[in-house]
Design a protein around this ligand. Structure first.
Ligand code: CA
Ligand code: CA
Length: 321
């Protein structure tokens, strides 16, 4: 009996859907995309929405999944951006939303939460109207973490597209942690702000396309402190592990050195910021034969007495999708 009832209700739904479809086909005032005109028999009314490239940046630096310090963000806004597709086209005139959840200001307290909308109409910080890239420049610190009174801790963001017919895209989660500027004890080395960039774009934790950075150098940079001063004349090393290539379990691995002496791509000698411009593609992932997959990097500082700083892990994934 239960089976019969559910069968009957299924039939009713099917009849209703056919009715709606027939009405849609018959009405000359119903706007239809060219894609649907070519395939009138398809029951799917619209192509699936796909959200990609969700990024959060501050001052032009992508901070997805990173730990940032209040001091780094002075005078900058939190900027949200994502790309929306409908089938294999850019999704135009739709909506992208971001659910945000701030960290609590006290033990066990829930932080501020809410929803902001991203735009593709040239307003609210959107660079170009109608290109399928939706943006929101959060000047007032509504969802962002750049205001000086924003609490410390982890901020969670959930991006998703909403079609004007009501259905949602996939959801993409991004988190950012806001921390105090690290201070170490006198004599203790402390590493912070490890970053890997390609063509001036920070790529920590990101998935990038092999074609986008072919032949560009991978750039490594990190800050080393000792107490509350920059740590000068020390050594910073990065251990790298490439993904395995075709049929290989383990990829190439090794150690490279970062410099604070104005050589090897270091912008300024003796400022405690250690760099390496990897133009030989020794550790980086931009060389022609660099395999696809996830590259792992472990940064640490070494003092004259051989003692190590904290270690920082950064990964970057390369695809050809
Ligand atoms: Ca746009
Ligand atoms: Ca330097």
């Amino acid at each position: 009996m239960r089976f019969l009832r559910s069968w009957m209700s299924l039939t009713a739904v099917a009849v209703l859907s056919l009715g709606v479809l027939a009405a849609g086909c018959g009405g000359s005032d119903t706007p239809m995309s060219p894609q649907r005109m070519e395939q009138p028999g398809q029951l799917t009314p619209t192509a699936e929405l796909t959200l990609s490239n969700a990024t959060i940046s501050v001052g032009g630096q992508t901070v997805n999944g990173q730990t940032v310090q209040h001091g780094q963000m002075q005078g900058e806004n939190t900027f949200f951006q994502a790309m929306l597709h409908e089938g294999d086209h850019l999704a135009l005139g739709q909506t992208v939303q971001v659910n945000y959840q701030w960290p609590g200001s006290g033990m066990g307290m829930m932080g501020q939460q809410g929803l902001v909308t991203m735009y593709d109409d040239g307003t609210h910080g959107d660079w170009q109207a109608g290109d399928g890239i939706y943006c929101f420049d959060d000047q007032n610190g509504e969802a962002g973490f750049h205001m000086h009174d924003a609490p410390l801790g982890m901020y969670s963001y959930e991006f998703y597209g909403v079609h004007d017919q009501g259905h949602h895209s996939n959801h993409v989660d991004v988190s950012v942690t806001v921390a105090e500027e690290p201070v170490s004890q006198p004599g203790e080395l402390m590493l912070s702000n490890a970053l890997i960039s390609v063509g001036g774009q920070q790529v920590n934790g990101l998935t990038i396309q092999h074609d986008q950075m072919q032949g560009v150098n991978t750039f490594f940079q990190v800050k080393l402190h000792e107490g509350d001063h920059p740590a000068l004349g020390q050594t910073v090393q990065v251990k790298y592990q490439w993904p395995g290539g075709m049929g290989m379990m383990m990829g190439q691995q090794g150690i490279v050195t970062l410099y604070d002496d104005g050589t090897h791509g270091d912008w300024q000698a003796g400022d405690g910021i250690y760099c390496l411009d990897d133009f030989q593609h020794q550790a980086g992932f931009c060389g022609q034969g660099a395999p696809h997959g996830t590259y792992h990097y472990e940064f640490w500082g070494e003092g004259a007495g051989g003692h190590h700083s904290n270690h920082i892990d950064v990964s970057v994934t390369v695809t050809n999708q």
